[in-house]
Design a protein around this ligand. Structure first.
Ligand code: URC
Length: 296
């Protein structure tokens, strides 16, 4: 029996970077969490502790900050591509890189009918994301969003499921449907207006969620992914992770009140977790683009 070192990667996780664009009096802000992972000829460090090919995670972190100073951060996809290509081109023995970026949105604070130049409020928990993989010189860009919380107060049913001796759930033709969308979509290339594509895909998913009369969150998931692929030829596949944020009708009979789908208990756990891939059937799968990605 032999023992061998399997796949591995290493890097700095969750580098918190805030970059202010001070080129005019109207400042810009980029608030990112960046994680870098390097892959390659790393057997020796695992087998013998030889660090000859180990660009320190501390250096990776410093590179993230230095890159933010040396050129405008720009779109997160471009920033991640720059970092990934830098590591794979310059670090000895490093043939692959994964750069994850989460962008935390800020809004300008409204003042006197306009917007303040350098005062911002956090836009909420939603994040724009990208996961760029460089693999033997080839780049994969998987962008997405996280924690986009949505709810429909009607237009959702759930019935027709199998029942056994453990079933207590009542069938319903009118329930609240709520979820926190985590989505990732894989781009076919790099010739993309990343910001415009993101805004449009986000709007497309929201519209599909809103307008689908849902018989199951699974059906909503498919409709959301399908709408993105129908409207965005630059996208090969969409992966969605949708927690079913259950809202339970409160029984008010104890005080003689009929609860006509108006008063709910919003449970935070446990939650159903509905996940799936919606893909074109004529594109080549790219498992390396998804390898070790959180949620998928
Ligand atoms: O949309 C739903 N899908 C399920 O698979 C499921 N299971 C469940 O208990 N409630 C729901 N709702």
């Amino acid at each position: 029996m032999g023992i061998v070192m399997g796949p591995n990667q290493y890097g700095k996780a969750e580098v918190r970077l805030v970059a202010i664009d001070r080129s005019t009096a109207r400042h810009g802000i980029k608030d990112l969490t960046v994680s870098t992972s390097l892959r390659g000829d790393l057997d020796e460090v695992h087998l013998t502790g030889d660090n000859g090919n180990v660009l320190p995670t501390d250096t990776q972190k410093n590179t993230v900050y230095a890159f933010a100073k040396e050129a405008p951060v720009g779109e997160i996809e471009d920033f991640a591509l720059r970092l990934g290509r830098h590591f794979t081109r310059t670090a000895e023995g490093i043939t692959g890189a994964r750069v994850l970026v989460e962008e935390h949105a800020w809004q300008r604070i409204p003042v006197g009918g306009g917007e303040h130049d350098h005062a911002f409020s956090r836009a909420g928990d939603e994040k724009r994301t990208t996961a760029v993989t460089i693999d033997d010189g080839r780049a994969h860009v998987v962008s997405g969003l996280k924690d986009l919380v949505v709810l429909k107060s009607t237009g959702s049913e759930f019935w027709g499921y199998p029942k056994d001796r453990y079933t207590t759930l009542a069938e319903t033709t009118d329930r609240i449907l709520a979820t926190a969308v985590t989505a990732r979509w894989r781009y076919l290339g790099e010739d993309v207006d990343w910001g415009k594509s993101f805004e449009s895909i986000r709007a497309t998913m929201l519209e599909a969620f809103a307008t689908t009369h849902s018989l199951a969150l699974q059906q909503s998931l498919y409709e959301m992914g399908k709408a993105v692929l129908a409207a965005h030829e630059e996208v090969a596949e969409v992966r969605l992770s949708l927690p079913n944020k259950h809202h339970f009708l409160v029984d008010l009979e104890f005080c003689g009140l009929t609860n006509d789908n108006e008063v709910f208990f919003a449970a935070d756990r446990p939650y159903g977790l509905i996940e799936g891939v919606v893909t074109r059937d004529d594109v080549e799968p790219q498992p390396r683009a998804w390898y070790s990605l959180p949620e998928f």
